[in-house]
Design a protein around this ligand. Structure first.
Ligand SMILES: [Fe+2]
Length: 129
């Protein structure tokens, strides 16, 4: 039987706001507050003023990630909640952020395959390197 959820997928409950990431996909449907959770599609195309697409600079043994080309707001109701880097070997580095902090992170790992970020209003964004 086909899996309904898969590793790395992010789901949101549109009632209470719970957001979860799948570690192991099973055959069941993810449900919260009595209804199916919504799969957060990875977005890549910018619309409007706010910039979400990660800007990535590779340095010696490091990677610097900024959200985005114009710094994204980091306000109480609208901010980048996390930035993560996934390597080709499935190593995941994740930094959680708070309002008022800068939407920038540096990881000591060079071989990154994908960078993702989650905006509290605009959802999940991804950039394949
Ligand atoms: Fe946003």
């Amino acid at each position: 039987m086909k899996k309904l959820a898969d590793r790395y997928e992010v789901y949101k409950c549109e009632i209470c706001g719970n957001v979860v990431e799948v570690i192991h996909g099973g055959r069941g449907q993810l449900v919260c507050c009595g209804q199916p959770m919504k799969l957060m599609e990875k977005q890549r195309e910018e619309q409007g003023y706010e910039k979400h697409s990660p800007v990535v600079e590779k340095q010696k043994g490091k990677i610097l990630i900024k959200i985005g080309s114009i710094p994204h707001p980091m306000e109480e109701q609208h901010f980048i909640e996390m930035i993560e880097a996934i390597t080709k070997d499935d190593i995941v580095l994740r930094k959680y952020l708070n309002p008022g902090e800068k939407p920038i992170v540096e990881f000591d790992i060079p071989d990154v395959d994908e960078v993702r970020e989650y905006c509290s209003i605009h959802g999940l964004w991804s950039k394949k390197l």
